[in-house]
Design a protein. Sequence first.
Length: 342
Amino acid sequence: MKKYKFTYENSGVNINAADNFVKYIANFDKKKKSSSNDNNIGSFASITELPKGLKKPLLVSSTDGVGTKLEIANELKKFNTIGEDLVAMCVNDILVQGAKPIIFLDYISIDKINLYKLKQIIKGIQTGCKISGCSLVGGETAEMPGTYSKNKFDLAGFSLGIVESKKILKKKNITDGDIIMAIPSSGLHSNGYSMVRNILNRNKININRSIFLKKELLKPTKIYVKEILNLLGKNLIHGCAHITGGGIPGNLIRVMPDKICANIDLNKIRTKPIFKWIKTKGVSDNEMLKTFNCGIGFCIITKKKNINKIKKYFSKEYKPYVIGYFIKNKKKKILFNEKIKW
C-alpha cells in the first residue's frame, strides 16, 4: 500500500480527539439530565423553542470572552472556573436590557486538543449555564496549530436572551432623584488582568507560591441572573449596569440618559482585599476606577423607596447598598465625591 506524506493528524489536527470531546459533552449532558439540547450536540446548528406567553418578544444577544485571565489559568494549570467566567460575562450583559438569558454557545480555539483542559472548561460552562438558567445548546472547538503557541488557547461565548418589548430597560426610565445601588463583585471578575499580569511580571511574583493570589485570581465572576430577574419581575428597577472593562464610570455612563449626572460617594464603596493588594503595587485611584470593578460587579438604578424591598432578594454576601444618586447636570455625567477607602 502506498504511504502518503501528509495527513491531517501529522499536520497538527487530531479529528478523533475532537470527536471524543464532542461525545464527552453529549454524555455529560445526559448525566445532568439536560434533555433540552440532546438533539443539538454534534449537529450542524442548534434549535431552541421560544418561551411561551410573550405577546411581543424581543431577542437580546451578547458575545464576550474572558481576556488574559486565561493566562492565569494556564500558569496555575486550573481550568474549571474560566468557563463560568465566560457565561457570566455574556449573561450579565443581557440582564442590562431587562432580558432573560435562554441559550448559550461557546467557541474554544486551542493549539492542540487537550481533553483534560477542555473537559474542565466545559464543566465550568455547564456550571455557569445552570446558575444563569440557560441551556448550553452547542459550540465549536477548533484545533489550530501554528496560530496558537504551545498550551495557548482562547474562549468566546455567545448568549441569547428574550424580553417582552414593553419591559425592556430604557435610558429614559432613569430620572434625577433615582438612587444607585451597588451589588458586590466576587472579586476581579474578568477584567484588568493585563495590568495584574504586568504587576506580577515587574515584581517577579510567582502566583503558585501565594495562597491568597491563587484563590483570588481565578475566583469566578458572579452571575447576577437570578437576583436581577426577580427584581425585574417585581418592577423594582429603572435600569442597571454590568461593571466590566472601564470600571464604574465607563459602564454606568452607557445606561444614562442625557442631561443626567451620577453623583457617587466613593467613600461608600466596599472594596475587597485583592483590590487593596493591587493598589499597594503603585496604581492611582483614577486608574483603579477605570480598570477594575473595585468591589462592585453590578449597579441597580431605582427609587429610594425600593431599597429594603430590593435587599430581600440577595444573600448577605451580595447585599446591595447605596453609593449615589442622579441629579440634573448638562455638563458632567459622573461626579465623584470623597475618596475610596482602600
